[in-house]
Write a protein that binds this ligand. Structure first.
Ligand SMILES: Cc1cc2nc3c(=O)[nH]c(=O)nc-3n(C[C@H](O)[C@H](O)[C@H](O)COP(=O)(O)O)c2cc1C
Length: 155
């Protein structure tokens, strides 16, 4: 399967994760993938369809409490429907000041891995820096690689 469409489902309180989501969007678009940005904290999200049909879904989150997933993201994950074949990726921002750095990313892995084809994860400290653009490109390459592998296996 060639990766042609991707939904980036994210949540961000102070903008760090939103910035990382935008870097990933840029990287994906450079590889000709059509991207839908989906902020789960937006009011309109309640009315959105949660049966996702894109080739890939990315989940982006900050960490809260003791490395916890913000409530809006947990609710999204528990109410959405994705195919076991959907290629997924998880990314997050956090602060090493806290003992459980980007703990929400680890928690999301536990939820997303069993229900999809999880290809890649990424943790970034606070606001993404210039060098994180390269990490995003590598992240996107891994998504493409996994999508290609899925094609080989199903042939
Ligand atoms: C009350 C509180 C608890 C936090 N807990 C954690 C944590 O457990 N682990 C972590 O890595 N970062 C933690 N953070 C830091 C945020 O996850 C980090 O600043 C993140 O980049 C914010 O993302 P955003 O700008 O997208 O909202 C916490 C921040 C606050 C204010």
């Amino acid at each position: 399967m060639a990766l042609t469409s991707c939904r980036i489902v994210y949540t961000s309180k102070t903008g760090n994760t939103a910035q990382l989501a935008l870097l990933l969007k840029d990287s994906l678009e450079k590889t000709h993938v059509k991207v839908v940005m989906h902020d789960v904290e937006k009011e309109a999200d309640r009315y959105q369809q949660r049966e996702f049909t894109e080739d890939a879904i990315l989940f982006g989150t900050y960490s809260w409490g003791n490395g916890d997933i913000p409530r809006a993201m947990s609710e999204m994950v528990s109410s959405m429907q994705v195919s076991k074949h959907t290629v997924t990726g998880i990314f997050g921002t956090g602060d090493r000041f806290y003992p459980n750095f980007c703990g929400a990313v680890d928690q999301l892995v536990q939820l997303i891995q069993p229900i999809s084809n999880l290809a890649v994860t990424m943790k970034v400290e606070l606001l993404p820096q210039q060098h994180d653009a390269l990490t995003c490109e590598k992240f996107v390459h891994k998504l493409h690689d996994r999508a290609k592998q899925a094609l080989t296996v199903s042939q």
